[in-house]
Design a protein around this ligand. Structure first.
Ligand code: SF4
Ligand code: SF4
Length: 401
């Protein structure tokens, strides 16, 4: 009994007294009618994206795993208004698909389109880096067949140095000034460090951050995101379902029940400082299931039972990207990026994304070939050695196709 009480207190987020929305500057631009922050009659729940003033349904679409144009059309029909893509997804084909769909539908002015560009391999010279960034965004706009996007993110910024890098910052600000993007954002897996720097820099309108139930006890992450929201930065949540329906360990039963996905999405969205989430569904069934959450954030009994069962956090082995394990590797391999790549390959079944992510690890998997088995231990629940061994096998087979 005592244990149950503890579980219930820990996993169910009480509505948070959060005044951020009241401090939103400027007019509220709603794409669906009046903003709704509490859905009592089955209306689509909407929130305002920080200082952008845009109001969005709490469930958006992360397009990265989708390759069916009809899925985007159906998402729009259901009420989704924010679609998130990136220059690197499907080697640019993802942006092309987004562009084609909304051009054909003639609803460009009714949707919020975000895209993202990383700068990790750009020259260190700020002027050259700025030029490369602008060229990259021009190429994205061409693929999207748009003269502007609504949110342009500096993508996968995983250090404070990257966040404050002069070249990309100057590019983002100049692109905003020219009207090539309405708002600028930063996406990161290193929430505490990078988001704190973003607050200090005071130039970003939006932040795309990881938030899911496996982080429930990480007060550092939760308070940093809330602080960013209170500063006026609109918060978009990713990785909300901690890897989706598939468990990563081949020895475990693979599929999780549908209630697991809605429970996890609700958990994230029950933090009111999150404006919207971008689940990466790739089927019609998962689209309908995820979007149903936008009409009610109350947990069903089944969802409560799922969240109360702590085996999920251990079995899903979600890498929090804390980077603590890197210190234990003699070669300082970028283990967090390797773990992300494993999640994309095994749980998202998105080999393209897994491959490009793996290629961005420096030092990467090549450095691991001299170790018989990885001795590094995760501070959380990730079985690093097993995943590195599996990545080795994958990289020699499907991932290199
Ligand atoms: S396998 Fe070796 S090189 Fe690779 S992460 Fe582990 S300790 Fe580092
Ligand atoms: S594997 Fe573990 S220690 Fe390493 S970054 Fe991920 S959560 Fe942190």
């Amino acid at each position: 009994m005592k244990n149950n009480e503890w579980n219930r207190r820990e996993f169910i987020v009480k509505p948070i007294l959060w005044a951020g929305a009241a401090r939103v500057i400027g007019k509220v631009e709603s794409l669906l009618g009046n903003p709704v922050n509490e859905s009592t009659n089955g209306a689509i729940l909407q929130r305002t994206l920080g200082k952008t003033g845009i109001t969005l349904p709490v469930v958006s679409m992360g397009v990265m795993n989708a390759d069916i144009p009809g899925l985007l059309r159906r998402a729009y029909e259901l009420g989704i208004r924010h679609f998130d893509t990136a220059a690197g997804y499907q080697q640019g084909r993802n942006e092309e698909m987004v562009g084609n769909v909304f051009k054909e539908m003639g609803v460009r002015d009714k949707v919020v389109i975000s895209t993202k560009l990383p700068s990790r391999n750009f020259p260190s010279n700020p002027a050259e880096s700025k030029k490369r960034f602008i060229e990259g965004v021009e190429a994205s706009l061409k693929r999207l067949q748009m003269d502007h996007v609504d949110i342009l993110y500096h993508h996968a910024v995983d250090s404070v140095e990257e966040a404050r890098a002069e070249g990309p910052l100057a590019a983002l600000q100049s692109l905003k000034k020219e009207g090539k993007t309405r708002f600028i954002g930063i996406s990161t897996h290193k929430t505490v460090d990078v988001l704190s720097e973003a607050i200090r820099l005071n130039v970003f309108d939006v932040a795309l951050v990881m938030l899911n139930y496996t982080m429930a006890h990480d007060t550092g992450i939760l308070t940093t995101i809330e602080r960013a929201a209170n500063s006026g930065i609109g918060i978009v949540a990713m990785k909300t379902q901690a890897g989706g329906t598939v468990k990563p360990d081949p020895k475990l039963p693979k599929e999780l029940p549908p209630a697991s996905q809605t429970a996890l999405l609700k958990w994230t969205l029950n933090h009111e400082f999150v404006t919207t989430a971008i689940p990466g569904f790739s089927t019609y069934e998962h689209l309908e299931q995820d979007f149903a959450v936008a009409r009610s954030l109350s947990y069903t009994n089944e969802e409560e039972r799922f969240l109360a069962d702590k085996s999920f956090t251990a079995e899903t082995e979600f890498c929090q990207q804390c980077g603590e394990c890197r210190k234990d590797c003699p070669k300082e391999v970028d283990i967090p990026v390797l773990m992300r790549s494993h999640m994309y390959a095994v749980q998202y079944r998105n080999m393209g994304l897994a491959r490009t992510t793996l290629a961005s690890a420096v030092p990467g998997l090549d450095a691991c070939t001299t170790c018989e088995s990885c001795p590094v231990i995760c501070r959380n629940t990730v079985q690093i050695a097993r995943k590195i061994a599996e990545l080795g096998v994958l990289s020699r087979s499907e991932m290199v196709q």
